[in-house]
Design a protein around this ligand. Structure first.
Ligand code: GTP
Ligand code: MG
Length: 149
């Protein structure tokens, strides 16, 4: 089944948005396979965002992501990668639709509260990067027959 790496960034933690954000994914019907509060080291932030290394904002991005604890999550479900991106909204929160996490809860691109994997392959890559095997739980949620026909 498809998995997405979703991360509440330090601004989301500092602003007390953790519960609200987790609730949106739970209510949608995705399954939580991993969850932790974590102070991200510099090297991991750089590895996670390595595709953006050449961007002028890269140093600021790394400073932002390592500026306080993040909440790391692995979410599973049919179509979760694209659905999570839709729940999250556009990169620039001022362009994100109302009803999305960024559209409702953020203002600036450099403080956009949350990350979501942009492809199923990157979902696997990022979950492998941020979690140890033992931190991921295999379990069958009781609501499954009521979510999938
Ligand atoms: P993520 O889910 O975090 O990967 O965001 P995204 O996929 O919507 O955007 P992208 O991967 O292109 O950029 C990753 C992150 O870099 C963004 O979420 C922002 O936090 C940051 N970022 C992107 N563009 C800018 C920019 O122009 N200025 C600043 N300060 N940060 C940026
Ligand atoms: Mg991205």
């Amino acid at each position: 089944v498809e998995q997405s790496y979703v991360m509440i960034k330090p601004d989301g933690v500092q602003r007390g948005l953790v519960g609200e954000i987790i609730t949106r994914f739970e209510k949608k019907g995705f399954v939580l396979k991993g969850l932790k509060l974590f102070q991200c080291p510099q090297e991991l932030a750089e590895e996670h965002y390595k595709d953006l290394k050449s961007k002028s904002f890269f140093p600021k991005l790394i400073e932002y992501i390592t500026s306080g604890p993040v909440v790391c999550m692995a979410w599973e479900g049919v179509g979760v990668v694209l659905a999570a991106r839709k729940l999250i909204g556009s990169t620039n929160p001022l362009q994100a639709e109302p009803g999305t996490i960024r559209g409702d809860l953020a203002v600036q691109t450099g403080r956009n509260v949350i990350h979501g994997s942009d492809s199923p392959d990157n979902g696997q890559r990022e979950i492998g990067l941020w979690f140890n095997e033992v931190e991921l739980c295999q379990w069958i949620p009781a609501q499954r027959p009521w979510l999938y026909e």
